[in-house]
Design a protein around this ligand. Structure first.
Ligand code: SAM
Length: 306
């Protein structure tokens, strides 16, 4: 797609130097920008607006409804943390469910655990178009989508979990790798969803979800989301990671279980430092622990009594 005509025709309003600006009412008054080298694909799928562009410094970038989902340069931080925090906290994570996850980065991380317990990976993604475009433009993320241990279901993740209410299908770890609440992922940020997650978990099972807002943009939203999770799970924690391509550079996860004896903030299993270095670029057992340590004001607001 020609950059100049895209600039004039699209809702994205690239500036005169062809910079993409991530703007949203949920973080009014600030924006995150990336210089665009080439528009690779733009489509309105059945569920959302999807843009893929080649940036000057962050590689290819996937944008859904105007919000950056991943960039080739820093995606490993998010994918490794949302996957390894629950997987390394669980003693025997055999069956894993991924809700959303269309770029297939979480699946790539789960494949690293086939030797230490993970046997089956089911991913429920609403929009097949995201998977197809990721296969084409984010090949390093989507490379294991056809792996024999991976089952991909094209469906609404909320509906899928609702359907499990009447079945005996349970998971050890459920990872909600969804987009933000504005759009098809709206139902994931509600108490009803946490109840569906709890129902689909094995005893000692662990869930994790990306928490949409971060401590800088809207800490009250996070506090509210944590309190919703606490209505369902007895053991709920907030962890964070550095993500330069998410507005404010920080992103968090809500991690929860009904197993009161699991500390969540330290791994119950670990690899040798050599194996860790072979498998991971961001995650380590030290990073696991440190990701639960928050700046003092955020800790007081999210974990304190006020
Ligand atoms: N890392 C990203 C972030 O937080 O910015 C999210 C990654 S992206 C893979 C999120 C995926 O969730 C998208 O592919 C989107 O289509 C999917 N999704 C949104 N709503 C969904 C729903 N109701 N059921 C299943 N998948 C959904």
């Amino acid at each position: 797609i020609d950059l100049a005509s895209f600039k004039h025709s699209s809702v994205y309003k690239l500036d005169d130097q062809y910079w993409f600006q991530e703007k949203s009412d949920s973080f009014a008054g600030q924006a995150f920008g990336l210089e665009v080298k080439e528009i690779l694909y733009h489509v309105n799928s059945e569920y959302q607006d999807i843009l893929v562009f080649k940036s000057a410094t962050f590689g290819n970038v996937l944008v859904l409804n105007g919000i950056i989902q991943c960039t080739e340069r820093d995606e490993f931080a998010y994918q490794e943390m949302i996957t390894n925090l629950p997987i390394m906290s669980h003693k025997k994570p055999r069956k894993v469910l991924v809700i959303g996850g269309g770029d297939c980065g979480v699946v790539r991380e789960l494949i690293k655990h086939l030797d230490d317990g993970v046997e089956s990976i089911t991913m429920v993604e609403i929009d097949d178009m995201v998977i197809q475009l990721s296969a084409k433009f984010l090949p390093n993320m989507a490379k294991f989508r056809n792996h024999p241990n991976v089952k991909i279901v094209i469906d609404d993740g909320f509906k899928y979990l609702k359907h499990l209410e009447n079945q005996n299908e349970k998971y050890d770890v459920i990872i909600t790798d969804s987009s933000d609440p504005e759009g098809p992922a709206e139902e994931f940020f509600q108490v009803t969803y946490f109840k569906l997650l709890a129902n689909a978990l094995n005893d000692k099972g662990i869930v994790i979800m990306q928490s949409s807002e971060n401590i800088w943009l809207n800490i009250d939203y996070l506090k509210d989301l944590l309190s919703k999770a606490k209505q369902v799970f007895s053991n709920v924690r907030y962890a964070q990671c550095y993500m330069p391509s998410y507005t404010s550079g920080q992103l968090g996860f809500i991690m929860a279980t009904s197993d009161a004896s699991n500390p969540l903030c330290s791994a119950t299993r670990s690899f040798s430092p050599e194996k860790e270095a072979e498998l991971f670029k961001y995650y380590s057992k030290e990073v696991h622990k440190s990701s639960f340590i928050l700046p003092a004001w955020a800790d007081r607001t999210l974990n304190g009594s006020q």
